[in-house]
Design a protein around this ligand. Structure first.
Ligand SMILES: [Zn+2]
Length: 286
């Protein structure tokens, strides 16, 4: 055996996830369009104390987001940048947002997108290490960063600094989409570079209204949606699946593998696909 790589559910090597912020009314139109094309999105919401009568009701969130398989996540109760807050203020903004969202929708909420510049600048005693520590203590599993699209299709290496591939208005967006769809992950390809590929798109739905470019969303959906070889998933689904894969237990020679999770897991060893059911132990034929 040379290399083993995670594969997404169904044995797919590629995944697409979306992340949209601020809980604006254009989210509803956006959700309707992307749902029709099979995308899954994480909607990052603020506290009712900030949004006032523009806050989404429990029924609106259920009908437009959760019942369509989307995720709702924390975006700071008062939309304050963690990098400029004293840690106790940051803790309050994240925890209050999480508590309110969970009480409102009746689900466990573990995801987040940094608001308002997030961790791109630091003052008042904040540092990335301290922010990451309190997010971990608050059971925030991941947090999407701002500060520049990376144009890459890599899985995050630091879940509390999850850098997206591209904003939807990125001028290179359609080049990135073409490149993503053309990634060659066949066994004939370089065996060491068959990592799973992730396309992470982010933005604010109100930008489509402000820039009068809803047609751009249609084009994105046409090009990036509806692909059999792609797993369309929310941020937390990507996180949970990856953590399940990382929980596999191996014999010393790597040939016996036990799945202690409740998730069916796919992976690839030197071009051969394997699946392993929850609770199952398999022996690789290598
Ligand atoms: Zn925001």
């Amino acid at each position: 055996m040379k290399y083993q790589f995670m594969r997404f559910p169904g044995g797919k090597a590629k995944a697409v996830t979306l992340s949209y912020d601020d809980g604006c009314r254009e989210d509803l139109q956006f959700a309707e369009i992307i749902s029709r094309h099979g995308f899954k999105c994480t909607f990052n919401l603020n506290g009712d104390g900030l949004k006032g009568d523009r806050a989404f009701s429990r029924e609106t969130i259920e009908e437009n987001f959760l019942s369509k398989g989307h995720e709702v996540a924390v975006h700071g109760y008062f939309h304050r940048a963690e990098g400029t807050l004293r840690p106790i203020e940051g803790i309050q903004d994240v925890l209050n947002c999480r508590l309110e969202l969970e009480h409102k929708v009746g689900r466990i909420i573990r995801g987040m997108a940094y608001p308002n510049g997030g961790i791109t600048r630091f003052s008042n005693g904040a540092s990335y290490d301290r922010v990451k520590q309190y997010l971990t203590d608050l059971d925030i599993a991941y947090a999407r960063s701002l500060g520049g699209d990376n144009g890459l299709f890599r899985m995050p290496t630091d879940w509390h600094n999850w850098i997206p591939t591209a904003h939807h208005d990125n001028p290179k967006l359609f080049d990135y989409i073409d490149s993503f769809l053309n990634q060659d992950l066949s066994p004939a390809h370089n065996l060491a570079d068959r990592h799973p590929r992730l396309f992470y798109l982010w933005g604010h739905a109100f930008e489509f209204a402000r820039n009068k470019n809803w047609d751009r969303l249609d084009e994105i959906c046409e090009k990036l949606g509806g692909k059999d070889e792609v797993w369309y998933a929310t941020n937390i689904e990507i996180y949970d699946y990856t953590k399940a894969y990382e929980s596999l237990i191996y014999s010393a020679d790597g040939k016996m593998i036990y799945n202690p999770t409740v998730t069916k897991i796919w992976f690839d060893v030197d071009g051969t696909e394997y699946t392993i059911e929850p609770g199952q132990t398999i022996t690789l034929d290598i």
